[in-house]
Design a binder for this molecule. Structure first.
Ligand SMILES: NC(=O)c1ccc[n+]([C@@H]2O[C@H](COP(=O)([O-])OP(=O)(O)OC[C@H]3O[C@@H](n4cnc5c(N)ncnc54)[C@H](OP(=O)(O)O)[C@@H]3O)[C@@H](O)[C@H]2O)c1
Length: 237
């Protein structure tokens, strides 16, 4: 029987490429996104199953994912913008970023991990960012959510180390998906830059999943060749 993979963020750039790759690799793919029409179009195009869900709605996520016997979770649902420094980010924007990127992630993890533990099988892959550990790489609140994701991945590995469940976190540099439109910077971010492509991320995920069961490729940083982080800035008074 085909293994089941849940892909959140499947209506987005990376999620769609991951759904396509996992279908090609023989998985049954359950695709999650909020936009019903986009999700229906994706399912029509790829042949996956669609679950329209706002992951901030804990009860709806529990109802939808609770009984799915997932062997794999690729959690790509997330938001990035707007492009504001921390002290200028309004409370409702903070709540939205924390709601989708953190509370939403926990809402998805609860039922999925419970089911994986019942069956003693599963791989969880979280789509993180270099913003989680590099200051200034993205908006401050977004970056804080991705820093928290790094902690979540590490703590899950700790909590689950007496089980066969695997947890992997991909810390991505710039991937050309359109998400940077949320910063009003798609053109500035992509024109002339050779970004990582969504299908490159999908190939890496396929590699993580193909590792022997006793091997957890736990943390990966994936960057465009010409994008680097590091150095310091020192301003004069
Ligand atoms: N692209 C990059 O350069 C990059 C770099 C580092 C990390 N990442 C991370 O990789 C992940 C995917 O990024 P992407 O570039 O593919 O972004 P994207 O194209 O904007 O896709 C984002 C996905 O998240 C879904 N989503 C947003 N809010 C949701 C909610 N409340 N409930 C359920 N789904 C929701 C969207 O679904 P709907 O559109 O249907 O609402 C969409 O499918 C994100 O977590 C992002 O932070 C991306």
């Amino acid at each position: 029987m085909a293994q089941t993979a849940i892909v959140t963020g499947a209506t987005g750039g990376i999620g769609e490429a991951v759904a396509k790759r996992l279908l090609e690799d023989g998985f049954r793919v359950v695709a999650v996104g909020t936009r019903r029409e986009a999700l229906a179009a994706l399912c029509e195009k790829l042949g996956c199953e669609g679950l329209p869900l706002d992951i901030q709605d804990a009860a709806a996520v529990e109802r939808a994912l609770g009984d799915l016997q997932a062997d794999v979770l690729v959690h790509g649902a997330g938001i990035l913008g707007p492009n504001l420094p921390i002290h200028k980010t309004p409370p409702e924007t903070v709540a939205q970023l924390l709601g989708v990127n953190l509370t939403g992630m926990f809402n998805v993890l609860r039922p999925v991990i419970r089911g994986m533990l019942e069956r003693q099988n599963g791989t969880i892959i979280l789509l993180g960012s270099i913003c989680g550990h590099v200051a200034g790489a993205g908006p401050g609140i977004y970056s804080a959510t991705k820093a928290a994701m790094q902690s979540v991945a590490a703590n899950l590995r700790f909590e689950l180390h007496e089980t066969p469940l695997r947890v992997a976190e991909l810390r991505l540099g710039r991937v050309r998906t359109g998400i940077h439109g949320q910063l009003d910077m798609n053109t500035d971010f992509y024109d002339g830059y050779e970004c990582v492509l969504p299908e490159d991320v999908a190939s890496t995920i396929a590699h993580v999943l193909s590792a022997p069961p006793a091997v957890d490729i736990s943390t990966i940083e994936m960057m465009p060749t010409r994008q680097v982080v590091g150095g310091t800035r020192f301003s004069k008074s």
